[in-house]
Design a protein around this ligand. Structure first.
Ligand code: UD1
Ligand code: CA
Length: 451
């Protein structure tokens, strides 16, 4: 049976108190609804129909690349009405899965049994909550079969005592869903077309409605406010931390790790507290990351060490390298095996050759350093003339004294030594000593003037 997933995301989300539509609020660095779309894809949905309304174009623009079918719900007349808007595009023989754009953590494993059971009739995902206030309650017959769902505002005192609640997520064959929804009215406390009413209609049709119990209530909780979003963010991060540890990564504190994208790790990687990983990051075997680092779209080779407080962006680091503390690698930085970048060093779009060192307070931009180069403290590649960027080349074995300015375009040849405080404006040639220094004058017997 081909699967069509309908994601409900038209509601306003007033309690977020935000100009940003609720479903675009980020969870782990991506709009929360993007997680739901991903889950729908994992289940091999032939199409994902996204019902939107509030936030209109902001939603369609933010998710332009998501490959969903857009379904506009002009007025938010209820969850049943919302699903009905998507149905004309769905063939009767298909299976429909309804997800919520603001229930981002639900996993495909939890939904699969729902899909199996829904082939026969309808299947709803439920859970049990110590405090069910606000949720629809699952009403069962004396024989235990589900007979209906009653909303908080429509429930009798007896029904309010039920702790089994409706998560809102359900699956049913499209043809049947259509016929039930067309019969749903809005004669209820909220004057809305309730999706939940299909349960009683199905039962009246002699259809069995199966309930699948989601054991982890957090996984099926929705986001209505920012505290709830923060709680789900933590839950999501804890899930990722757990997986990493089980795969052989040491986390000094799993509650102080943030992955906003994908982090792949070799064995015996160790990550200290308060690190943020964004986009696609790969850490080779035995890599150590110190506290308070941000790594974005980067690859770190085996046994390299990233000391504390580094920002590494769109860069590649080979094996056995050492970076930081307090280093910034900007996009396009490449470190070959055994290279070392020390404190307060900024590297941009540069290649640092094998075993080369830039250990203190330097700026290396648009440069290519060969192997075994040593760059002294306070060295600056002057790569920008105010209009264009120019390249600096430092060949194998060169030694750059401290406080050197390399005015690009310029090449320092193999094994050349540049004296401290030099401003290099011309190519140096190989095996040279380069110094540009005003001769020092010592004037003896000098007395400071007094006031
Ligand atoms: C709904 C369920 C309730 C369940 C709860 C779980 C109904 C009638 N009630 O209640 O049983 O316990 O979810 O959280 O279904 N939406 C639209 N268009 C609309 C209305 C809603 O797209 O016209 C979307 C919202 O953006 C949201 C989802 O549907 O993503 C749920 O809507 P919401 O108003 O939060 O439903 P609840 O009243 O909480
Ligand atoms: Ca809700």
């Amino acid at each position: 049976m081909e699967l069509h997933t309908v994601i409900l995301a038209a509601g306003q989300g007033t309690r977020m108190r935000s100009r940003l539509p609720k479903v675009l609020h980020p969870l782990a660095g991506r709009p929360m609804v993007a997680h739901v779309i991903e889950t729908a894809r994992e289940l091999d949905s032939v199409a994902v129909h996204l019902v939107y309304g509030h936030g209109g174009e902001r939603v369609t623009e933010a998710l332009a690349e998501a490959g969903v079918r857009w379904v506009r719900q002009e007025k938010q007349l209820g969850t049943g009405h919302a699903v009905l808007q998507a149905l004309p595009e769905i063939p009767d023989h298909a299976l429909v899965l309804v997800l919520y754009g603001d229930v981002p953590l639900v996993r495909s494993e939890t939904l699969r049994p729902l899909l199996e059971l829904a082939r026969e009739g309808a299947a709803i995902l439920t859970t049990r909550l110590p405090d069910p206030t606000g949720y629809g309650r699952i009403v069962r017959c004396p024989d235990g079969e589900v007979s209906g769902i009653v909303e908080q505002k429509d429930a009798s005192p007896d029904q309010l005592a039920i702790t089994e609640i409706n998560t809102g997520l359900l699956a049913a064959p499209a043809g049947k869903l259509k016929s039930w929804l067309q019969r749903c009215g809005n004669d209820n406390a909220q004057g809305e077309y309730y999706l939940t009413d299909i349960v009683a209609l199905a039962v009246a049709d002699g259809q069995r409605v199966c309930a699948v119990d989601a054991p982890d209530a957090e996984e099926v909780s929705g986001v209505n406010s920012r505290p709830q979003l923060a709680a789900l963010e933590r839950a999501y991060q804890r899930r990722q931390a757990e997986q990493l540890m089980l795969a052989g990564v040491t986390l000094l504190d799993p509650s102080r790790l943030d992955i906003r994208g994908t982090l792949r790790c070799g064995q015996d990687v160790s990550i200290d507290v308060n690190c943020v990983f964004e986009g696609d990051v790969e850490l080779g075997e035995g890599v150590t990351v110190g506290p308070n680092c941000v790594l974005r779209n980067s690859r770190i080779g085996p046994h390299s060490v990233i000391e504390s407080h580094c920002l590494i962006d769109d860069s590649t680091i080979a094996s056995g390298c050492s970076v930081g503390p307090y280093a910034r690698l900007r996009p396009g930085s490449q470190l070959a095996d055994g290279a070392r970048i020390g404190n307060f060093v900024e590297v941009k779009k540069s290649i640092i050759g094998a075993g080369s060192k830039v250990n203190h307070l330097s700026y290396i931009g648009d440069a290519t350093l060969g192997a075994g180069v040593n760059v002294g403290a306070g060295t600056i590649t002057c790569n920008y003339d105010g209009v264009n960027k120019h390249k600096t080349v430092i060949e194998d074995g060169a030694f750059i004294g401290s406080d050197t300015q390399l005015v690009a375009p310029v090449t320092v040849g193999r094994n050349t030594v540049v004296g401290a405080g030099t401003t290099v404006t011309r190519d140096t040639g190989e095996d040279a000593l380069v110094v540009s220094r005003a001769p020092q004058k010592n004037i003896p017997g000098w007395r400071r003037r007094s006031r």
